[in-house]
Write a protein that binds this ligand. Structure first.
Ligand SMILES: *Cc1c(COP(=O)(O)O)cnc(C)c1O
Length: 864
């Protein structure tokens, strides 16, 4: 593939309509229905032909149409009105500003001045296809919700010349991939330029004396700027131009170059952005998954170059302002490079000043039992360079703590410093516009926020109206699916004359089940095919039929996934079921926006616990679809018995085939005996019980699954505490960072001399009872450390059968005596609060006010 530069000549709008450009270039239109409506009205046919992309729409407007619009005072006034509403949205006080004032008055920690959010993909709108699946959509929803909240976030990513692939099918159901080239000049982007109009550039050194250059495109996501690096510039050699050619393609080296550009280049782009716009430098850097991990190296390099810091001191200053989010409980999903490849890029003549190749390698080395010494692990680097880390649902937090526990040997798994923030979705993007409008009509603002409107008995949305709205969404899906099936069959080589049957594909009154997601094996696309005859009976039941809409792309290198798609397509091609089950090629945002609202049931059957969170079910819930899912990801914490169904899992059954059989049977049972009967059980034409479940879902899940809830949690639980550390370590000449680095070095060196010599208890006898007092005394040696450098702790709790302390609490002992030779006594009086077998253990951990917690150094000494 040659790297071609194309040019698009943009339409010059007359002055009266100049604001249309503003409206098209700010991506708020992606979720602001009135703005979309305005664009659609300019030329409805073209609007649909360009898939709702205002930049392309305006690009193709004829001068005659422009004249007509300019002469239409109503249209001109509407443009001005919407442009004003956008300006107001961008500048008014929103939640963040109100919260900032509140904190100031209350004397609480200040919110971050700015937050940088790094991600390898961003799924914001179909018009900017820079995502492959959930990770990118989540990043897009994060930015949109940050914008709605008024949070000062800047997104950083790459602009891929071809994005992810487009999927079509061959005659026999094999996935076919194409990579249509995008023309940045025809995308809702503007090129970042210097004052003299020349494009701003950043550069990185590559091995062999090569240099990688990139220019920076800016997308405006409401209030939030998103900077996208693009290596397709004339300064680069051919190879370097192709670094940003496509998402997740190519060799390991190609991918490393993408990640170096994203992380290190991304920080450089932020500096350009701040220099040109006066935006404050970020206090918090959020690394969304490991891909952007090199952002830490670049910031360390900056501090060494500008402030003459040592590597360890700079690393402390950088860590203080970093948040890392892990997104996968599948070890194979973690990004790893050969250590030799990393060595080539950070050593062998390509060293960064003050950063030895060993300094870099040590960050990503799998130093734990079972780790591969030849590998550089991006998640490990992410965790080592972050002050706070999290998974993306409660269950995923637990699984991640277990997965990375070997990085914190000696600590209980529950103490591994990875918390969780459950993902959310951007409501205005993912709720059917008519459904959003209906709620806005009937409910007060307060009812919209709390979900309470759904329980209003007078003047609310009654059952008949709700059912009507649900049918309308289902009908839209049926129509869309028919068009897609027809198009797909024409591509697969069918002639229009053979396709009469497509007009009766799906039925707007039949129970509709959706299943769409990427196709890695653990998501089990074909679980529903486990017993094909039984599925056929469910699809063709004369009284209570179900219909299924399936979609999903497989990674092009994953042949197993492609085979699963083929199996499903071949099943759906059969004449006896093709009116009840369809596979729609090229799952993307545009399809998803019709698919989620149109489904009555959203099906999710991953192999538990491998789904980190999953967000498609949340989007379905916002539209009143009921979830039918394995208790994995978000559903594990949000299923309540009334908002859908939990498919029982055969946890612990190691034989995968057998486990699939068991779980598939449970799925069929639920569909046949519970889901379908409830859907078809009607009173006066209405499925009353079903609608109760829908109402309950909308009222209770509606507020919880929103990305504004998620972003607020990130701000209060992770960004703000991290910003406090950042300020403390980066104040003045960053003496505090140097001091912390020295202290850590001292503690590491002295730790072998730290011991619990002896533990005594007073008051523990055969007949202790609740309310009794027990004194625990620990006699410890600290070697070269001072008592204030450590915390002597007692872990206590119920003792289980395995002689382990369960659900333990931790309490700190106080220094009560000092002896010669670095020996001390620490003690504490406990009141026994609970009956039952009780145990305790004493241990020593490092203590410093600038640590995120006592696990930060990974050091612990236990009484032997
Ligand atoms: C939401 C979404 C996903 C992610 O869905 P999961 O449930 O997390 O697998 C993937 N692709 C598109 C187009 C989406 O809208």
């Amino acid at each position: 593939m040659r790297a071609i530069r194309r040019f698009t000549v943009r339409t010059v709008l007359p002055d009266a309509l100049a604001a249309l450009d503003e409206l098209a270039l700010n991506l708020r239109w992606a979720w602001h229905e009135p703005t979309r409506h305005l664009f659609a009205g300019i030329d409805p046919e073209r609007w649909s032909a360009v898939h709702g992309d205002p930049v392309k729409l305006l690009g193709g407007l004829s001068p005659e149409r422009l004249d007509e619009l300019t002469a239409d005072p109503e249209f001109v006034a509407r443009v001005a009105e919407l442009a004003e509403s956008l300006r107001q949205y961008r500048h008014e006080e929103r939640w963040y500003q109100v919260e900032a004032h509140r904190r100031e008055e209350a004397g609480e920690a200040a919110l971050p001045a700015s937050i940088a959010y790094f991600s390898a993909e961003f799924g914001i709108t179909g018009a900017l296809p820079q995502y492959s699946g959930g990770l990118g959509i989540l990043a897009g929803d994060h930015l949109k919700s940050a914008s709605d909240l008024g949070a000062p976030i800047v997104g950083v990513g790459l602009l891929y010349g071809a994005g992810y692939f487009r999927q079509s099918l061959t005659r026999d159901g094999w996935q076919h991939e194409t990579y249509p080239l995008l023309d940045p000049d025809n995308l809702p982007l503007s090129l970042v330029r210097e004052a003299d109009e020349t494009p701003s550039k950043i550069s990185l050194g590559l091995p062999g004396g090569r240099t990688l250059y990139a220019q920076i495109w800016r997308a405006d996501v409401g209030r939030v700027p998103l900077l996208l690096l693009d290596s397709n510039v004339p300064e680069n050699d051919d190879l370097a131009r192709r670094v940003t050619d496509r998402l997740y393609g190519g060799t390991s080296e190609h991918r490393l170059h993408q990640e170096l550009l994203l992380g290190m280049g991304g920080v450089k782009a932020l500096r350009v952005h701040s220099r040109l716009t006066g935006a404050p430098e970020p206090e918090v850097y959020h690394c969304n998954e490991g891909h952007a991990g090199f952002l830490g190296i670049e910031r360390i390099r900056e501090l060494i170059a500008s402030a003459g810091m040592s590597f360890p001191a700079a690393a402390e200053a950088v860590r203080a302002g970093t948040v890392f989010t892990t997104h996968t409980p599948v070890p194979a999903g973690i990004d790893r490079f050969g250590a030799d490849l990393i060595g080539e890029h950070f050593g062998g003549g390509n060293e960064l000043p003050g950063i030895g190749v060993e300094d870099v390698l040590a960050l990503g080395r799998e130093t734990y039992a079972g780790g591969d010494p030849g590998v550089f692990n991006m998640a490990v680097m992410g965790l080592r360079l972050a002050k706070r880390a999290n998974g993306v649902a409660q269950l995923h937090g637990r699984v991640s703590r277990g997965m990375f526990a070997s990085l914190w040997p000696g600590f209980d798994v529950s103490e591994v410093p990875i918390t969780s923030v459950t993902n959310g979705v951007h409501a205005d993007t993912w709720t059917d516009p008519a459904f959003t409008q209906a709620q806005a009509e009937y409910f007060t603002a307060d009812e919209l926020a709390t979900g309470e409107g759904w329980y209003r008995s007078e003047g609310g949305i009654d059952n008949a109206t709700l059912w009507q709205l649900r049918r309308q969404m289902r009908s839209r899906l049926v129509e869309d699916a028919r068009a897609r099936v027809r198009k797909s069959w024409l591509k697969r080589g069918a002639s229009p004359a053979e396709l009469g049957w497509v007009d009766s594909v799906l039925d707007p009154d039949v129970l509709t089940i959706g299943f769409a997601r990427r196709v890695p094996t653990y998501k089990r696309l074909t679980l529903m095919l486990r017993d094909m005859d039984r599925l056929k009976r469910l699809l063709t039941d004369p009284d209570r039929p179900v219909q299924i809409v399936v979609a999903g792309k497989s990674h092009p290198a994953d042949e197993q996934g492609i085979r699963l798609i083929q199996k499903l397509v071949q099943f759906a091609d059969a004449e006896d079921v093709r009116h009840r089950i369809v596979f729609l090629p090229n799952y993307d945002i545009e399809m998803a926006q019709t698919l989620y609202p149109g489904c009555d049931v959203w099906l999710n059957n991953p192999l538990r616990p491998l789904e980190a969170c999953g967000t498609s079910g949340m989007k379905a819930a916002l539209n009143g679809s009921l979830n039918l899912s394995i208790l994995d990801g978000w559903w594990d914490e949000m299923y309540d018995g009334e908002n859908g169904w939990a498919i029982p899992t055969a946890d612990g059954v190691d034989d995968h085939e057998h486990r699939d059989d068991l779980e598939a049977a449970a799925l069929y049972d639920l569909l046949e005996h519970t889901v379908a009967p409830r859907f078809y059980d009607r009173t006066d034409g209405l499925p009353v019980h079903w609608l109760e479940n829908v109402r309950h879902t909308l009222a209770t899940l509606g507020p919880k699954v929103q990305a504004t809830r998620m972003v607020r949690e990130y701000i209060t639980e992770l960004y703000t505490p991290t910003a406090e550390f950042y300020r403390a370590l980066n104040a003045g000449n960053r003496e505090a960072a140097a001091e912390l680095a020295d202290w850590k070095a001292r503690v590491h060196e002295a730790w072998p001399g730290v011991r619990v010599d002896h533990v005594e208890s007073e008051g523990l006898h055969e007949a202790v009872k609740v309310g009794d007092h027990v004194t625990v005394k620990a006699f410890v040696s600290l070697g070269a450390l001072r008592p204030e450098d450590v915390e002597v702790q007692v872990n206590y709790g119920r003792v289980g059968e395995d002689d382990e302390i369960d659900d333990f609490g931790t309490a700190e002992l106080s220094l009560t005596d000092t002896y010669e030779g670095g020996r001390y006594q620490f003690s504490r009086v406990f009141t026994l609060a609970q009956a039952g077998p009780f145990g305790y253990a004493v241990r020593i951990v490092p203590r410093h006010e600038r640590l995120a917690g006592h696990t930060e150094l990974g050091l612990v000494t236990t009484a032997s």
